[in-house]
Design a protein around this ligand. Structure first.
Ligand SMILES: [Zn+2]
Ligand SMILES: [Zn+2]
Length: 143
């Protein structure tokens, strides 16, 4: 009789461990799924990123015309590179045309046909650039 109880107890422990493993696996699977969904969301956002000058929604492949002024010194401890950037526009508003209004997101003034936005690009290895617009050729010169 006693051995039967021991076998039962052992079975309960084994089943418990199995259930725990299954639960953990499901949780892991769920995490992976949400990660995948987040990635898809990011991709969708990437497709619908507006141009900072004319606000036209940019699809994948429609990139901003910008110039990067990289500095030689880079902070290896911080692992982030700050790059002075001039943004001229997207395929819709550069070269400038009548259809797309070019305006500065900082001062709301019109950006002239040869004007550009001044921005700081924060670049980290294996991460997407973070672009911070400081102003345009109109509002950046008056300081
Ligand atoms: Zn644009
Ligand atoms: Zn401006």
């Amino acid at each position: 009789m006693e051995t039967a109880y021991i076998v039962m107890a052992a079975l309960v422990v084994v089943i418990g461990a199995l259930l725990f493993t299954i639960f953990r696996l499901q949780k892991g699977g769920f995490n992976q799924l949400s990660l995948r969904m987040a990635k898809r969301d990011r991709e969708r956002l990437e497709i619908l990123k507006p141009c900072p000058i004319c606000s036209a929604m940019l699809k994948r492949g429609e990139t901003l015309r910008s110039l990067y002024y990289r500095q030689k010194k880079s902070d290896h401890k911080l692992q982030v590179e700050e790059i002075l950037t001039h943004i001229f526009g997207c395929p819709h508003c550069w070269p400038s045309n009548q259809e797309y209004q070019r305006s500065c997101p900082v001062c709301n003034q019109k950006v002239s046909h040869d004007g550009y936005l001044v921005a700081r690009t924060f670049r980290r290895p294996e991460k997407k650039d973070h672009v911070h617009v400081i102003g345009c050729t109109e509002c950046k010169t008056v300081r």
